[in-house]
Design a protein around this ligand. Structure first.
Ligand code: DGL
Length: 258
């Protein structure tokens, strides 16, 4: 029997990709997995992270009996996509910063990348910039505190406006920067408060819709809705269960990676 499309992130960030999948593939059943016990991923050491991502994804793929996996995490994808593809028996779609569309859209040829410390420093990211934004200046901004703010928002609390302002404040130095890549899936969840906190208006670019389109192309015959849609989490809490229920995952279950 065909299984759901499984969406994986460290925390609630993948829900921004779930929203894009719901828009583009409304008939497709989804499952959600997150490793909230080890959140945030963006400040962790690479070797540990590869082992952890593999363990969590293997457990989640087995538990959900999914037909395909969407790694809705830039921090995980820029590090572990190849090893996931080698180890899992289902198709794997990754999420990497939308450098190419941002370079296509920028008029001033100065774009920004807002992502976790890990993602801004990855060789994978440097290659994306070299291959797709060779004629642009690309300013990278590590924005780890926004991960926690997006978590707060999904758990029903207002994000701290001061934190958003502080993270975006360096942009005031570059008034010619006209396009900003949201290179962490948590950040599109904060798009409105970010737009209020940014020192000057920018065009926001994220990967959500492109990932949803790609998932529709490479994951063959997934389960159709209506179907039970579960959230799988490594540290269940009532607030997280409520947050996931708001995106259609009515029941949350504990995931135990080995
Ligand atoms: N949502 C994840 C990403 O896209 C990262 C969040 C974290 O640091 O755990 O990179």
């Amino acid at each position: 029997m065909a299984g759901p499309v499984l969406v994986f992130d460290s925390g609630v960030g993948g829900l921004s990709v779930v929203a894009a999948l719901r828009r583009r593939l409304p008939g497709t059943a989804l499952a959600y997995a997150c490793d909230n016990a080890m959140l945030p991923y963006g400040v962790r050491e690479d070797d540990w992270l590869v082992r952890r991502i593999l363990a969590v994804c293997e457990a989640a793929v087995a538990a959900s009996a999914c037909s395909g996996l969407v790694v809705a995490c830039n921090t995980a994808s820029t590090l572990a996509l190849e090893v996931l593809r080698a180890r899992l028996s289902v198709p794997v779609v990754g999420t990497v910063p939308a450098i190419k569309p941002a370079a296509g859209a920028s008029r001033t040829r100065h774009i920004g990348l807002l992502a976790t410390s890990a993602t801004v420093a990855r060789p994978y990211t440097a290659r994306l910039i070299r291959d797709f934004a060779g004629d642009c200046r690309v300013t990278r901004l590590a924005a780890d505190p926004l991960v926690g703010e997006a978590e707060r928002l999904v758990m029903g609390q207002a994000p701290e406006v001061e934190t958003l302002r502080r993270v975006l404040a360096p942009l005031a130095e570059w008034p010619d920067l006209d396009t900003l890549v949201l290179g962490c899936t948590h950040f599109p969840l904060l798009r409105e408060p970010l737009a209020e906190a940014v020192p000057h208006p920018v065009r926001w670019v994220d990967s959500g819709d492109a990932i949803a389109r790609r998932a529709g192309q490479v994951i063959a015959s997934p389960q159709r809705r209506p179907a039970p849609e579960f959230g799988w989490v490594t540290a269940p809490t009532p607030a997280l269960a409520r947050g996931l229920a708001g995106f259609g995952f009515a029941e949350t279950r504990r995931l135990a990676p080995t």
